[in-house]
Design a protein around this ligand. Structure first.
Ligand SMILES: Nc1ncnc2c1ncn2[C@@H]1O[C@H](COP(=O)(O)OP(=O)(O)O)[C@@H](O)[C@H]1O
Ligand SMILES: [Mg+2]
Length: 327
């Protein structure tokens, strides 16, 4: 078993009276890609800002690379790289100059700095953009340069806050490949995201956060498997009656009423179970408005634990949340 490169216990953070981080505990193993997944406002950036020493530890303890954040922030800073949620490049500098400046800020000796710049530019595939000003780079290239800059000092941990926000689908996929590549070269990755596909495809371990609390934790496969084998999304002429009827089915593990109809979790193959359910609904004179069968996703995991959809969770004030069904 590898060592823990990040250890956080009972971390809390308040902005004035507002508790943005509410007693969070977790650890990150050396060498893994760890994701903090949660909707906007969950407290992800606040946690990353504490772990990278930009915000103070108000309550609780946090260790990064073996150093106590409260007592040895300088040592922590030397062990990490950061890519912020918002772009922080100087638009007038070229790709090479951006890296050179960063190396100087961190007092890297000239020879080491120059050699590292060449390696980094190759790693993030910006060789032909070396002398181009960052203002003229595409969104994906800027992000790659920022990742490269974060790697200049050979950090033990690279922190990435929403690394693919605002990028198109194709560029996001390539970015995931870069993140994995950087990880394979020996850097532990801590990333935050509100994209469930990103967390699912990139990480070895996910902590799902909501309202400043960790609500679920595991590797992507286990998180999904714990829900059940298949999910049925069902809208009918009478969801209440359907829900009662479904609870009598042996294969049905859970039924939840959401804003998008019923979400039914079953522990058998849906292609066998679904026709039986449809027959029973017909017998009862309940009409089916829509029906969908799929494998559980991390979004379903979020719905399961919070009763709402991660994509709508940030805008929850706009509509009333339906009461939780089942359990
Ligand atoms: N500087 C600040 N002052 C007051 N409230 C803040 C500040 N920064 C963030 N918050 C609030 O704290 C909560 C968590 O924010 P944040 O950590 O940015 O979440 P996330 O990164 O998951 O979207 C949100 O409700 C946000 O509005
Ligand atoms: Mg954020």
């Amino acid at each position: 078993m590898s060592a823990n490169i990040i250890e956080v216990k009972n971390l809390e953070y308040k902005y004035g009276d507002f508790k943005a981080v509410d007693g969070v505990s977790f650890f990150v193993r050396e060498g893994e890609i760890f994701s903090f997944l949660g909707p906007n406002g969950a407290g992800k950036s606040t946690v990353i800002n504490i772990l990278t020493t930009l915000l103070p530890v108000q309550k609780g303890t946090a260790f990064v690379a073996g150093y106590d954040l409260a007592r040895e922030p300088q040592e922590v800073r030397k062990s990490i790289g950061i890519v912020f949620q918002d772009e922080t490049l100087d638009r007038d500098l070229t790709v090479w100059e951006s890296l050179e400046l960063h190396g100087r800020i961190y007092s890297m000796p000239k020879d080491e700095r120059r050699q590292r710049i060449d390696e980094i530019i190759k790693l993030v595939e910006l060789e032909d953009k070396r002398d181009v000003r960052t203002r003229n780079l595409s969104g994906g290239m800027k992000r790659r340069l920022e990742i490269g800059r974060g790697l200049m000092t050979r950090p033990k941990v690279l922190f990435l806050d929403e690394p693919t926000i605002g990028l198109d689908t194709q560029t996001r996929r390539r970015m995931w490949d870069y993140i994995k590549m950087v990880n394979e070269s020996g850097t532990t990755i801590f990333l935050t995201t509100h994209y469930m596909d990103e967390a699912d495809l990139v990480s070895n371990w996910i902590d799902i956060v909501d309202h400043g609390k960790i609500i679920a934790s595991g590797n992507p496969t286990d998180l999904k498997d714990a829900l059940g084998r298949d999910m049925i999304y069902l809208q009918t002429s009478d969801d209440e009656a359907t829900k009662n009827m479904l609870q009598g089915f042996k294969a049905v593990m859970d039924v939840k009423a959401t804003t998008q109809g019923l979400v039914v979790t079953i522990n058998t193959d849906g292609t066998h179970c679904l026709p039986l359910i449809m027959n029973r609904l017909k017998e009862k004179g309940i009409e089916i408005v829509s029906v969908n069968l799929k494998k559980p996703t991390l979004d379903d995991v979020f719905v399961h634990h919070t009763g709402r959809d991660i994509r709508n969770a940030g805008a929850e004030k706009l509509h009333r949340i339906q009461p939780r069904g089942g359990k």
